[in-house]
Write a protein that binds this ligand. Structure first.
Ligand code: AMP
Length: 173
């Protein structure tokens, strides 16, 4: 199945000028959902992943399924103030201003081999910050995967030291 055909473009969401890539239309399709999970698993030969870290909130969905299929644990990376126990945080720049993400201090053990997952790679700022969180806790970023990559934004450049995979690429808006 052509997974791209299951992604819905929503213009001007959440603000004017953004074309939002809505993955709910893929997730609700049983064949599409299964294929997306299989493709993410296929990226992972001999990686011996011990934890999958998903980025709030859409990274939790496929990240959680992949973790279970791998027999790995799942770790949430969230916006500030959402995780209840002691956290470390990383800031990253947005087009205007900065944003922050957090992880529980005890979520990753030294030597963990971590798959980082999010639904979409745009500028790469969010994922770069997520990599720093995992590495500060002594984890190894073994792979980074996305369902969608907006290739024209060159987010991959910020992640050039890592094994970066994506299922669907867009070369232009
Ligand atoms: P970035 O840090 O620029 O790579 O942005 C990635 C984060 O923003 C991801 O968590 C995405 O879910 C979200 N995001 C950015 N652009 C879009 C878009 N056009 N459609 C859907 N989500 C987006």
């Amino acid at each position: 199945m052509e997974l791209r055909s299951l992604i819905r473009d929503v213009p001007n969401f959440p603000k004017q000028g953004i074309i939002f890539k809505d993955i709910t239309t893929l997730l609700k399709n049983p064949i599409g959902l299964n294929q997306a999970v299989e493709e993410l698993l296929n990226f992972l030969h001999n990686k011996h992943i011990t934890k999958v870290a998903g980025i709030e909130s859409r990274g939790f969905i496929l990240g959680g399924i992949v973790a279970q299929k791998l027999g790995a644990g799942f770790v949430p990376i969230r916006k500030p103030g959402k995780l209840p126990a002691e956290c470390i945080s990383e800031s990253y720049s947005l087009e205007y201003g900065t944003d922050k993400i957090e992880i529980h201090k005890d979520a990753i053990q030294k030597g963990d081999k971590v798959l980082l997952h999010d639904d979409l790679l745009a500028t790469g700022g969010t994922m770069e910050a997520a990599c720093k969180l995992v590495e500060r806790l002594g984890g190894e970023v073994a792979q980074i995967s996305f369902l969608i990559e907006l290739s024209f934004l060159n987010g991959r450049e910020k992640l050039r030291n890592y094994d970066v995979r994506s299922i669907i690429q867009y070369d232009s808006e």
